[in-house]
Unconditional design. Structure first.
Length: 256
């Protein structure tokens, strides 16, 4: 007998949660975890358990990063989590992950806040194993690039290439391989994210937001923002302030 269906039932986040967790559990090269506000693991997938050097979820759930990972990495995780608990989103963090009992491997990590209304109540994270990627010798420089791009003022492609000790063209190829974005797309996404944050958390005039985020003028800023966020900066600001708990992170660059 097949499963019962109800065409009228709404498909909401609560209904999808068990299926999404089951999907995440099947990812063989991606670590997934969720932490509560105290930094304790409340959900992990099988890959996370293995990479943490454990044999069961029971050994992981309720633990904190310092119980499972080497001290430097555990402190890095704690610093990341503090930023996310403050409402930030971390995307494309390139990091060398090593458990207390395992070998180090390069991963690309994204962390997002979990909200209940306006309160942040936890953190969800995915870390994709980059496997035996070519050019791993360049990963430490790329990690510095990905960290720098999220720190205002947003650098340009030439500055990022200097940080990576390479040419803009080579840097762009390397970033595309691991993050799916060219250098210029990465910089543009960081500027749009920063602008979205300023639009919803400050009363700065649009011209000043454009200047603060590195755009040539207000007109150029408005065109790019509308193209990537789907609405003008002014509309985005009004909508963000009319919705309880709204955040500037609604705007995301989706170029590939």
């Amino acid at each position: 007998m097949g499963a019962m269906t109800d065409p009228a039932a709404p498909l909401d986040a609560d209904a999808m949660a068990p299926a999404l967790l089951a999907l995440l559990d099947g990812l063989r090269a991606t670590m997934f975890c969720a932490k509560d506000a105290q930094g304790r693991y409340v959900a992990v997938n099988a890959t996370f358990v293995r990479r943490a050097g454990q044999t069961s979820r029971r050994a992981v759930l309720g633990q904190r990063a310092q119980d499972l990972f080497v001290p430097d990495l555990a402190e890095r995780y704690s610093a990341q989590d503090r930023r996310v608990m403050a409402g930030a989103e971390l995307r494309h963090e390139l990091e060398l992950i090593r458990s207390l009992h395992g070998q180090p491997r390069w991963h690309l990590t994204t962390k997002l806040p979990v909200r209940s209304g306006e309160a942040v109540i936890g953190v969800v994270s995915v870390s994709q194993d980059l496997g035996d990627s070519r050019d791993t010798d360049s990963f430490p420089q790329l990690a510095r690039v990905l960290e720098r791009v999220d720190v205002p003022p947003t650098p340009d492609a030439a500055e990022l290439a200097e940080i990576a000790a390479t040419t803009p063209a080579v840097l762009s190829r390397r970033l595309r391989r691991i993050a799916g974005l060219s250098t210029s797309q990465l910089v543009l996404r960081a500027r749009i994210d920063r602008a979205a944050h300023l639009l919803t958390t400050t009363t700065l005039p649009l011209a000043q937001v454009a200047e603060e985020t590195g755009f040539y003028d207000q007109a150029a800023f408005s065109r790019q923002f509308a193209r990537l966020a789907g609405e003008t900066p002014a509309l985005f600001r009004r909508r963000g302030r009319s919705l309880p708990g709204a955040r500037g992170s609604d705007a995301r660059v989706t170029q590939t």
